[in-house]
Design a protein around this ligand. Structure first.
Ligand code: C2E
Ligand code: CA
Ligand code: CA
Length: 741
């Protein structure tokens, strides 16, 4: 479960990475294809051009051969006419040198011979010509043979290598007069022209063959091409024409190349930019997805897992339960007085406190433990895989309690909050448990921790079930009871109001009033004190009805007391929130006929802070306008703040019995009590000290200047208080000789 959310983005990233790679490959392939097709097209066009050039060369050679044949005809005729006067049957040698020279210069041949039927030179000539003929003779005589083999008197022209050079050589019979001549008596004209050298120059000029040269072997340079010239008779290569071909494709490509490269570069950079943008937005998307997923499973303020994630991890633990022998522990942590901090110092301070609490607890946990914030000031712990015998979690809970009891400096140290916490824990016992069952058991334990003194940890046990069970029973019984005004018409069981008298510190300790304290006379549980059912009534929305029963009875009883004596009634914070509360109180006063001035309502500081401040101020103002007095109960245990005393209209402070208890045992107890009394007087408030059990306490409180005293020393809560008798303890005071402020 924990791994999965982490895995999913990784998968996502892999697929987007693959997409980016695909785009990159696509882009590169496209650019490559464009370049490749340009190169391919240029190569194709180059090859076509080359073919054309070779084809043209071939045609050109054929044309040259034809021309030689034609010129041989002309030359032979010319020769024949020049010697027509000579005896046709006996051809005698002429001026061969002159003739040869003439032919060479007119027709541009490199060599011309006239030979007889035996292959001998028929014209007189010089030694050079004769020696050249001797050289060429073996190559030329086959031409004669082939000419003779022909039926028609056409010249024979062939490509061959002569004197090591490629040449076009031809032979033609010279026809003298009209008489047929025996083949051996005939004369033959042989002429040849080298096709390298100047001929090649002319040839390449006409063909547009760039830098054409002749080579015996095909040894072209890197950019050159060759054209092979073959001997007509043998087919053997007699040489090569080598030239730098005109390649229009390459030319176009080389001209286009800078532009192509620039476009490819631009496209590639655009593609790279696009990919970067894509990558960035993809990673942003993944990030925000991850963030959203994290946010949905975590508390924004403390960054702790929230209720959903905690539930998932708990489910996982429950599933693992089957597989191993360890067990997991779940605990609920509830902060005390968080609301007071929030309301007194503002939400900023409240948030700071929650964050600090989270940090404090987190610092104490192991790597596998989960701390979650379920909402408000509710935290939950999951300690997985503890050995069955391991009790270390109890030590951990104690460390948490100690840690959260330390003062928390808030708002840059401007204020300090002291809170505390209650912890309810349970161990996972079976894989069949559901998460809500587990949390319910932890909740029962937490309830127990809270209702038995707070700042402690309670582990769930079956015993708690019975008190939970008892609470459930009491709840339904209380419901029934309240529907009939707090009394059971069929029995003597039901709600009763006891009174504990409050005594003036002035000599005589006259009873100045009494506090109404509710009791429940229960059929099976006996006389129940408020701690057994007030919280229950508050939790199940019955506190208003219960409070009104007590108020009615208290007011009714007080009408029978001396008119100077007041009755004080405890008010739950929840009652104050009701918009009709003031009207309901006034109505009770009217119904019972008690003067408003004789009623005192006791509120705790929490009651002031638990509701909307404006609403509470307004309610208190209306009550006081009606003449009712307001006392701040248990002062010193709550968030004892001077500002509350000033801000809300208060008439009296009741100093909590925990301070009174310190008197005589700790020196600072006396200091605190004196300070509270002094403070109250300076604010013009009356003070009542609660829980006075010893004479020493009483004497100190009298000396300190308290207005009234309440406690077992003077009277216990009783159904019918003695409102007129000055008790023995008060008499003792008079004889003690203490001066009273
Ligand atoms: P409280 O308002 O502080 O009431 C005083 C409690 O201290 C009473 O307990 C009383 O019996 C006890 N007490 C008085 N003198 C001494 C003493 O010298 N030593 C010791 N150890 N205790 C002393 P009780 O009656 O059990 O009431 C407990 C709390 O229940 C009250 O505390 C009050 O907050 C609440 N409560 C009682 N009656 C009502 C009621 O009608 N409505 C509401 N909302 N709360 C009530
Ligand atoms: Ca009280
Ligand atoms: Ca009290």
């Amino acid at each position: 479960m924990i791994g999965l959310p982490l895995l999913r983005p990784a998968l996502k990233w892999t697929s987007s990475g693959a997409l980016l790679t695909l785009i990159a490959i696509g882009g590169v392939v496209t650019i490559g294809l464009v370049l490749a097709s340009a190169i391919w097209a240029s190569r194709e066009s180059d090859l076509a051009a080359l073919d054309r050039q070779r084809e043209l060369s071939n045609t050109r050679l054929s044309t040259q051969i034809e021309r030689v044949a034609h010129e041989l005809d002309l030359m032979a005729e010319g020769y024949a006419s020049s010697i027509s006067t000579v005896d046709e049957t006996n051809v005698s040698p002429q001026d061969g040198k002159g003739f040869s020279h003439l032919i060479k210069s007119i027709f541009g041949y490199d060599q011309v011979f006239v030979i007889d039927g035996d292959g001998k030179l028929a014209l007189e000539t010089d030694a050079e010509i004769a020696s050249r003929y001797d050289w060429a003779k073996p190559l030329l005589l086959p031409l004669l043979t082939r000419l003779r083999q022909q039926d028609e008197p056409l010249p024979v022209v062939e490509l061959m290598r002569l004197e090591g050079r490629p040449s076009i050589a031809g032979i033609k019979a010279i026809t003298l007069g009209s008489q047929p001549v025996a083949p051996t008596n005939r004369l033959y004209l042989i002429a040849y022209r080298y096709i390298d050298g100047p001929a090649l120059d002319a040839f390449s000029r006409e063909q547009g063959l760039n830098g054409a040269r002749f080579a015996r072997a095909a040894d072209p340079d890197i950019e050159e091409v060759t054209f092979e010239i073959r001997a007509t008779s043998t087919g053997e290569p007699i040489g090569f024409i080598i030239w730098t071909p005109d390649l229009p494709g390459s030319r176009v490509v080389s001209r286009l190349l800078p532009a192509l490269a620039a476009s490819a570069l631009i496209i590639a950079s655009l593609l790279a930019m696009l990919m970067l943008l894509l990558k960035k937005s993809m990673s942003e998307l993944t990030d925000s997805e991850q963030k959203a997923r994290r946010q949905s499973l975590h508390d924004a303020l403390t960054d702790l897992p929230n209720r959903i994630l905690f539930g998932r991890r708990l489910t996982d633990c429950l599933e693992d339960q089957r597989l191993n022998v360890t067990r997991s522990v779940v605990a609920l942590i509830d902060l005390d007085k968080f609301k007071a901090v929030n309301d007194t110092f503002g939400h900023g301070a409240g948030d700071e406190l929650l964050t600090a609490v989270a940090d404090h607890i987190r610092a104490l946990l192991g790597p596998n433990d989960t701390l979650a914030r379920l909402g408000g000031d509710e935290f939950a712990l999951l300690l997985p895989d503890r050995a069955k015998t391991d009790r270390s979690h109890l030590e951990l809970f104690q460390r948490i309690i100690t840690s959260l009891n330390a003062p928390f400096p808030l708002l840059d140290g401007k204020v300090t909050a002291t809170i505390g916490c209650s912890i309810g824990a349970t161990s996972l016992t079976s894989a069949r448990q559901t998460t809500s069952e587990v949390l319910h058991l932890a909740d029962i334990a937490l309830y127990e921790a809270k209702s038995t003194g707070r700042n402690r940890c309670v582990e769930y046990s079956a015993r708690l079930d019975s008190s939970a069970q008892m609470r459930a029973e009491l709840k339904s019984e209380l419901q029934t009871l309240l529907s009939t005004g707090g009394t059971d018409p069929q029995s003597e069981f039901g709600l009763e109001v006891f009174f504990q008298t409050i005594h003036c510190t002035a000599p005589g300790h006259a009873v100045s009033g009494a506090e109404a304290l509710v009791r429940w006379r229960h059929e099976t549980h006996g006389l129940l004190t408020p701690d057994k059912f007030i919280t229950l009534a508050e939790d199940s929305g019955m506190i208003h009805e219960l409070g009104m029963v007590v108020l009615e009875r208290a007011c009714a009883a007080a009408t029978g007391w001396d008119s100077t004596q007041f009755v004080s009634v405890n008010v739950s914070p929840l009652q104050l929130r009701r918009p009709d509360y003031v009207d309901a109180v006034v109505k009770v006063l009217e119904q019972t006929g008690l003067a408003a001035e004789r009623l005192e309502l006791e509120l705790t500081e929490t009651a002031l802070l638990d509701a909307d401040e404006a609403v509470v101020s307004d309610t208190l103002a209306r009550l006081r306008n009606a003449g009712i007095k307001i006392a701040l109960d248990d002062f010193g245990t709550g968030y004892s703040s001077l500002s509350h005393l000033v801000r809300f209209g208060i008439d009296r402070i009741k100093i909590d019995r925990s301070f009174v208890k310190l008197l005589g045992s700790r020196a600072d107890g006396a200091a605190v009590v004196s300070a509270i009394v002094a403070l109250s007087h300076s604010l013009n408030l009356s003070t009542t000290a609660e829980g006075v059990e010893t004479e020493g306490q009483r004497d100190f409180l009298v000396a300190a200047g308290c207005n009234d005293l309440q406690g077992f020393l003077l009277s216990k809560p009783v159904p019918n208080p003695d409102m007129g008798v000055v008790d023995e303890a008060a008499t003792d005071l008079r004889s003690s000789g203490l001066s009273i402020a």
